[in-house]
Ligand binder design. Structure first.
Ligand SMILES: [Zn+2]
Length: 296
């Protein structure tokens, strides 16, 4: 069953009953939608910045080290501008998930759930006639299926709460969703790849394609996962809104610095081992890093 979850889900009587079937439960927080769109926007801004930067710095005819340094600084900007917004959405979502886990751990059938009939005091708002109480009917059904209402509460407290913990603590978003959001990075690689093939530079084109795929499917995903884990550790909402905003900006700055270090490391590999060999080894290490981070 697909659960499109938000903060009110655990308070709806029929929804809690449906969640008991944890074997076939696919939980998709509705907040994932805006988060993935923001990530896509961030990656899109990232590649536009890259293209503008490359064109501009190439016109200055900088040497490779200075070009790399200038590009690293420029590419850190989207981290500072877009990432804090993603981090804000992400930290809010993690707090929401924690709240529902807490609700489920202390779940009380009569106290925590709401249904329409009780909300209108069992009088139909249009006809004025008495309505049957869903809660009473469900309580009888639950007692038949689980032994008693109290046994059902124990199932929700012990099993459904754990399902939430297992599904959301380890990975912030499914890998495929994160890779889909990062797809502008592979679009960016097509023009250069085409030019290299047209010029007969097949080895360089192969290294370029390997690099683009490695960054898209491994490098960006590993770095983003580490960044989101850092944000998860700092998810607690601060007492003042500007403190919370400042925290998001500070995490974004840390991520920007990490990105500069990652890019400069690529330059060091190229200077030490030659352009193609250095890049291929570096990209291979990105894949190893991604596997290590995603397996943890
Ligand atoms: Zn009722």
């Amino acid at each position: 069953m697909l659960v499109c979850w938000d903060g009110t889900y655990a308070q709806r009587l029929w929804c809690v009953l449906e969640m008991e079937d944890d074997k076939a439960l696919i939980i998709r927080p509705v907040s994932w939608g805006p988060t993935v769109l923001l990530l896509f926007l961030g990656h899109w801004v990232f590649i536009v910045t890259y293209q503008v930067g490359v064109t501009f710095f190439a016109s200055l005819q900088l040497d490779m080290a200075h070009l790399w340094l200038a590009m690293s600084g420029l590419m850190a900007l989207p981290h500072v501008i877009i990432l804090p917004v993603v981090l804000h959405a992400w930290r809010s979502q993690m707090r929401g998930i924690e709240t529902v886990q807490e609700q489920l751990r202390r779940f009380d059938f009569y106290r925590d759930t709401a249904c329409h009939c009780c909300a209108v005091k069992h009088i139909h708002p249009q006809s004025g006639k008495m309505m049957l109480c869903d809660r009473k009917i469900l309580a009888e059904s639950v007692a038949t299926w689980f032994g008693s209402v109290s046994d059902f509460e124990t199932v929700v407290q012990e099993k459904v709460s754990v399902v939430f913990q297992e599904k959301f603590q380890k990975y912030p978003l499914p890998y495929v969703w994160m890779a889909a959001a990062a797809i502008p990075n592979i679009w960016m690689a097509f023009p250069d790849f085409g030019h290299m093939i047209a010029a007969g530079q097949y080895t360089t084109a192969a290294a370029h394609a390997y690099g683009a795929l490695s960054w898209w499917l491994a490098g960006y995903q590993a770095i983003l996962l580490l960044e989101l884990r850092l944000a998860h550790r700092l998810r607690r909402q601060r007492s003042r809104w500007w403190c919370d905003m400042l925290l998001n900006i500070c995490i974004g700055l840390v991520c920007a610095l990490v990105f500069v270090v990652v890019m400069m490391t690529e330059l060091l590999f190229m200077l030490a081992l030659g352009e193609n060999s250095g890049q291929v080894l570096y990209y291979s290490l990105l894949i190893v890093l991604a596997v290590a981070v995603w397996r943890r």
